[in-house]
Design a protein around this ligand. Structure first.
Ligand SMILES: Nc1ncnc2c1ncn2[C@@H]1O[C@H](COP(=O)(O)OP(=O)(O)OP(=O)(O)O)[C@@H](O)[C@H]1O
Length: 315
């Protein structure tokens, strides 16, 4: 659905050249929900604006939704949906009229336009606000309206730029539900975010961008398992026996005993733990509690760049 090679964009401002995106390769298969994660200024929006034809790349090439980005931008535009950051629609018109007009712009006859808008408003829980102006909607309602506007023409590929930026936790999780439903209905989705939890909760696959370059790529689980591994911790009345048995686990590292607590790292806690628990049981070691901490995506970012994503975002 997306195949980009060496996509790059420079900006010249006040005599200086900013290398906003430095030759990225992006592959997105039909049906995927891919997250483009990075701190502020990493190059996410610039990449998205290139892929959606709004900004011409300074180098590289791409096919998007079956059309060549450089030679057939109109074809790309027809086949994709794009929801930009912030709310773009006018504030003095009823939202249902605005959406119907937008559907007419996409070439739907009036009856079909009304039907599509009603159907979308229903699924995005906007029906009760249909006669309000956009200015009278909450942040979460506006974002859902933005999404409705972006998918009126039933695009196979939808780009979302920071979909839940600025929303409260409840509106965010509600919006995620709608994004998941769109994905389930067959829409391929490419979204940018600087929220780790959003990437983790929504995406099949994540690409991490920093300073205009892709620094990591994989499923959330793959990325996390590239880092130090899972931290396993258990409490027992016989910690020294437990530690002795744990030391025999091939991949166990950083084994520490502190009071009744035994702590160590393994690449995958879920696959290593059953065998270890059996061995502990055979040695009559009674466990009082067991915890497995998976590394977070922030640990991934820290490993790849030497900085925490949170620090980078606040910089
Ligand atoms: N029109 C422009 N002129 C000059 N520099 C620009 C322009 N647009 C973006 N940049 C610079 O390019 C870099 C990447 O910006 P971009 O907006 O793509 O980042 P981002 O990852 O989307 O950040 P955010 O999360 O803040 O939206 C930044 O250093 C930014 O200042």
């Amino acid at each position: 659905m997306i195949k980009a090679r060496g996509l790059a964009r420079q900006f010249r401002t006040r005599g200086q050249t900013v290398e906003a995106v430095q030759g990225v390769d992006i592959d997105v298969a039909p049906g995927e929900l891919v997250g483009f994660l990075g701190p502020n200024g990493a190059g996410k929006s610039t990449t998205l604006r290139m892929l959606t034809t709004l900004l011409r790349p300074t180098a590289g090439e791409a096919r998007v939704a079956g059309c060549d980005l450089l030679t057939d931008p109109a074809g790309v535009r027809k086949r994709i949906g794009y929801v930009a950051q912030g709310h773009g629609s006018g504030d003095d018109q009823k939202v249902i009229e605005e959406a119907t007009l937008q559907a007419r712009f996409y070439g739907l006859p009036i009856g079909k336009a009304r039907h599509r808008v009603n159907e979308l408003f229903e699924s995005l829980e906007l029906t009760e606000f249909a006669n309000r102006t956009a200015g009278a909607l909450s942040g979460g309602q506006k974002r859902r309206l933005d999404i409705a506007m972006g998918v009126l023409h039933i695009p196979r590929l939808l780009f979302l730029d920071e979909p839940s930026a600025g929303l409260d936790p409840q509106s965010r999780s509600n919006l995620w539900g709608h994004i998941r439903a769109l994905h389930k209905s067959g829409t391929t989705i490419f979204l940018t975010t600087h929220y780790l939890d959003e990437a983790d909760a929504l995406c099949d696959r994540i690409m991490v961008i920093d300073h205009g370059k892709i620094v990591a790529e994989g499923t959330p689980d793959e990325l996390k398992s590239q880092v130090a591994g899972d931290l396993v911790q258990f409490d027992t009345d016989t910690p020294s026996v437990a530690a002795e048995i744990t030391a025999k686990v091939d991949d166990a590292r950083e084994l520490h005993v502190e009071g009744n607590t035994v702590r160590f790292r393994v690449p995958r806690g879920d696959t290593e733990l059953p065998g270890l628990l059996r061995a502990l049981d055979q040695a009559d070691v009674a466990l009082l509690s067991v915890q497995v901490h998976r590394p977070t995506l922030d640990d991934v970012f820290l490993t790849m760049t030497g900085r925490s994503l949170r620090e980078a975002a606040n910089a």
